[in-house]
Design a protein around this ligand. Sequence first.
Ligand code: AFP
Length: 358
Amino acid sequence: MTSPHRLTLTQFLIEERRRFPHASGDFNSLILNVALACKSIARKVAFGALGAGQGDVGGAINVQGETQKEMDVVSNQVFLQVNEWCGCLAGMASEEMAEPYQIPDCYPKGKYLLVFDPLDGSSNIDVNVAVGSIFSVLRAPNGDAAVTEQDFLQAGASQVAAGYAVYGPATMLVLTVGNGVNGFTLDLELGEFMLTHPAMQVPPDTCEFAINASNSRFWEPPVKRYVDECMAGQTGGRCKDFNMRWIASMVAEAHRILMRGGVFLYPRDSKDASKPGRLRLLYEANPIGFIIEQAGGRASTGRLPVLDVKPTSLHQRIGLVFGSRNEVDRIERYHNDAQPTEMMNPLFNEHGLFRMPA
Ligand code: AFP
């Protein structure tokens, strides 16, 4: 029996480009550079305790106020170094940097912006659980001029491409260029990403949900209602049993949901009034939202499609619910139904402590 002919990522991108005869090739070059960065990070992560980069960076805190792992810093460096020289970028922005990154003068600049979380779920790294990288490609609104924060504040619907790499038992790169979602598995012998999961689709229904239940006392009523119903299982209104998962690595959760359906919630809650949600809009919610929607699923703030949100700052946080379409629709419906009840709670009303925009 002959093994199936599989396209490499490069071949796949060349085939995609044939649909756009006037394309310069810059975009393909950008995606291949991102893929190279992911391969390099995969290799570093795979060394585990034998390699450098385990542990915290001597108490360093990133712009999010979170403890930085050495691998966060190393992965950020890899993304910058691999992508700055390629001539297709006007600038970059990352979870690990307070300000946008300017392409050094020694390199040509290009028409795209790259936004990324270099190592999502890095709290899992010391315990050898899957982590990943997430990226989003936008058009630079001002050509190759020096970039400003404002340039990056584009709604998720205007992303040109988005993807993630998951560093699990196998390393995979999952990519959308706005024409469906394709998954590539890293062939360690060839050093190439091979197309193994063409046209990925999120099943519309599911019996699996993922939420950090330790936050339940801070949830808004619609989220509590949804989770209570799932927990009630067959004996409750949903008349079916649900399974719960929580990996604390959104990339790994998104990948599971792409493979077999499910719903993920990190909703806006009342835990910290200064943070309208845990996840970051530009380099977590938007790229994952774009991928999930391109695979036939849905991504929402709980109230409205996340890809419609106009960002107001580079590191903006937001509530995020994504996955199987019918479950996300249901959660949005519960939020809409709940408005009057919510308004009765003084903490959530118009003048309340936790009043927040979408
Ligand atoms: P990092 O990007 O800082 O590693 O954060 C990971 C994450 O944003 C996301 O991947 C998880 O879903 C979430 O945090 C886990 O949060 P909890 O600590 O509340 O479980």
